[in-house]
Design a protein around this ligand. Structure first.
Ligand code: NDP
Length: 283
């Protein structure tokens, strides 16, 4: 059996096309959704991510407001910028592209973004709401993973979901969202002793490690849904995920490719959160 390949580009496009209409409806009410993107320094990967977010905004009619500040900006300068954006009514969402240069305190910046504008969903209010099962901005990549499962009819209810990785921005929120959808969730990390055996028991396997093809094809349960969040650059410059895709797809029921799986969903869900933030300002 060969798995159904989950087409993240298509699911992302369906989501953004629906958003296009919502943006038009907001504009008719005099509200232009605005996303402020903060980029500190010249990290090439960050610049690339910011540029694709800006392009997506443009294509949907969302106003993208670039705030590019120098590498040697101080914490005070960055905090002042966040404060200005918090107080700017034209800005509905604030995204600070991570990682920040080493001398800056990321956590303090995440805490400073107004909860109403926290479209990345990394602030304490958004993450607290996620834990409390209250409405709020969901982190984009985890939310995108759930949308992929939904689009392919994979219902987590009653399933055993295994999440490999426990970061605050990916692993932990995915685990919470799967739990919200009534999966029984196991979270694995670098100290998990029996990783292969645990993965083999996964009906849904989410890999968010950041190590190229670490999860081998023979770790996949027959028929499992495999969501590969990892983005790793190989020596030849090509991208690969955390899962050994070619072998895993012979056993999985559904699997995301890298690229073209989770990646496009992250931007789509960022656009979704920005539109939601703008909608919340309409009286
Ligand atoms: P982090 O480095 O923050 O977290 C990695 C996690 O993997 C940690 O919890 C770590 O465990 C765990 N881990 C590391 N080595 C092992 C191992 N040998 N066995 C089991 N677990 C291990 O990464 P992120 O969560 O930020 O990102 C994960 C991947 O997802 C990266 O490749 C990143 O590029 C990608 N990514 C993709 C996005 C997309 O849009 N598609 C968006 C965001 C990230 P421990 O906690 O014990 O150290």
């Amino acid at each position: 059996m060969s798995a159904t390949i989950i087409d993240g580009k298509k699911v992302a496009k369906d989501i953004t096309e629906a958003l296009r209409h919502e943006v038009e409806a907001l504009k008719a009410k005099g509200v232009v959704p605005g996303l402020a993107v903060v980029l500190v320094g010249e990290n090439p990967a960050s610049k690339k991510y910011v540029s694709s977010k800006e392009k997506m905004c443009e294509s949907l009619g969302i106003k993208s407001m670039g705030n590019k500040i120098p590498e040697d900006s101080t914490q005070e300068e960055l905090m002042k910028l966040i404060n200005d954006l918090n107080n700017d009514p034209k800005v509905h969402g604030i995204l600070v592209q991570l990682p920040l240069p080493k001398h800056l305190n990321e956590k303090e910046v995440m805490h400073a973004i107004s909860p109403d504008k926290d479209v990345d969903g990394f602030g304490p209010d958004s993450l607290g709401r996620l834990v409390l099962d209250e409405p709020g901005f969901l982190p984009c990549t985890p939310h995108g993973c759930m949308k992929l499962l939904e689009a392919y009819g994979v219902d987590p209810k009653g399933k055993h979901a295994v999440v490999v990785g426990r970061s605050v921005i990916v692993g932990k929120p995915i685990a919470l969202l799967l739990l919200r959808q009534h999966a029984t969730v196991t979270i694995c990390h670098s100290r998990t002793p029996d990783l292969k055996e645990t993965c083999l028991r996964a009906d849904i396997l989410c890999a968010a490690v950041g190590k190229a093809e670490m999860i081998k094809g023979d770790w996949i349960k027959e028929g499992a849904a495999v969501i590969d969040i990892g983005i790793n650059v190989k020596e030849d410059g090509k991208l690969t995920g955390d899962v050994e895709f070619e072998k895993a797809k012979e056993r999985a029921g559904f699997i995301t490719p890298v690229p073209g799986g989770v990646g496009p969903m992250t931007i789509a869900m960022l656009m979704y959160n920005t539109v939601e933030a703008a909608k919340a300002t309409v009286k």
